[in-house]
Design a protein around this ligand. Structure first.
Ligand SMILES: [Zn+2]
Length: 346
């Protein structure tokens, strides 16, 4: 197969930032994707329905000419989030999920949750109205090794929250371990899991062997090879619980290439080419539509896009800019480290 046409894909976990960065990176997503779950970890975070509406307006103003992209907004869960505000924002159709960051887990997560008892009312309201909770699944206890933080989170935080809140619909975001895959598979259809493009391609050696590679550093950090293989098997399986969330996360190069570099891989530009490559390698091209275009809308109870995207394999390698020049500075595009012959036909 050298040509494949999918329903236009969606990105169920995306960072667009704000201001000049938003304007610079938005076209990289709107070129191929119809919708995206937009992360709320701005500074300050998007906490209320009113703040989400204002952020959505700024995204729409930044849209490239002719784009038909629908940003799906999320709220940043804090210990003072008002359940009634969440319910109103969901009822209006504006907000499609609430995002849980354990305080301190990743970029701009200082306002996240420390005491889960304080968000019990919000979670119960969300269970009642069917609004998904998107979870950054890592503990932040300094005593827990960074490579174990996802597995420990599942056991000590995620599973207890789900048991305490029956009916709560949860997305395990950007799972990076076999533990995450196994847990997702052990649960019912009120649990989904997103997988990024880069976690299908790199393991922790890519970050650390032969010199530190700041553009491969993200959170959750890439793990051992057997975890990467479990993620590839899950993503390409066609199983409804697994869907694409790129976690494409732009930082300007000076903030990546420094003594304390930011976490995030920028994959919006080349994700569809890379996914076609990965799915072909696994002999599962026929399941790419499920992963990138069908399973996500099903979980979020939205229609699959009617428009399509065609990917074509040619003899010449696909090319993309090494960096996206934004008004905030240059953003390096994820380099898979091998040639890719699949092209998205815009
Ligand atoms: Zn993220």
């Amino acid at each position: 197969m050298t040509r494949i046409t999918l329903p236009r894909p969606d990105d169920w976990h995306l960072h667009l930032r704000d201001g000049a960065m938003l304007s610079g990176v938005l076209p990289e997503t709107t070129r191929h994707f119809a919708r995206a779950i937009v992360m709320p970890n701005l500074v300050p975070p998007v906490v209320t329905g009113a703040e989400a509406a204002a952020y959505r307006d700024r995204i729409l103003v930044a849209m490239p000419e002719g784009a038909t992209f629908d940003p799906l907004m999320t709220l940043y869960l804090t210990e003072t989030t008002d359940p009634a505000d969440v319910a109103a924002a969901a009822a209006s159709g504006l907000v499609k999920a609430v995002k849980l960051y354990p305080a301190g887990a990743t970029t701009n997560s200082h306002s996240g949750v420390r005491d889960f008892d304080k968000v019990r009312g919000v979670l119960e309201k969300m269970a009642e109205i069917g609004l998904p909770l998107c979870v950054h699944g890592e503990v932040v206890d300094p005593a827990v090794d960074i490579f174990d933080r996802e597995a420990v989170f599942i056991e000590t935080v995620l599973d207890p929250i789900r048991r305490a809140t029956p009916g709560l619909r949860v997305v395990m975001e950007h799972i990076t371990t076999k533990d995450g895959v196994d847990y997702a598979r052990s649960q019912g259809d009120d649990l989904g899991a997103t997988i990024t493009t880069h976690h299908l391609i790199i393991n922790r050696n890519h970050i650390l062997v032969g010199g530190i590679k700041p553009h491969y550093y993200c959170l959750p950090v890439a793990k051992r090879e057997h975890h990467r293989l479990a993620l590839r098997a899950a993503a390409t399986s066609g199983e409804a619980r697994f869907f694409l969330g790129t976690d494409s996360a732009p930082h300007v190069d000076p903030l990546k290439e420094c003594a304390c570099g930011c976490a995030g891989c920028f994959t919006a530009t080349n994700t569809m080419s890379l996914l076609a490559h990965v799915f072909e390698e696994e002999g599962k091209l026929a399941n790419l539509a499920a992963f990138a275009s069908e399973n996500g809308p099903r979980f979020y109870r939205l229609p699959v896009n009617k428009e399509t995207l065609t990917l074509e394999k040619t003899a010449s390698a696909a090319t993309w800019p090494a960096k996206i020049e934004t008004g905030a500075g240059p953003v390096t595009v994820f380099d898979p480290g091998f040639p890719v012959f699949w092209h998205a036909i815009d």
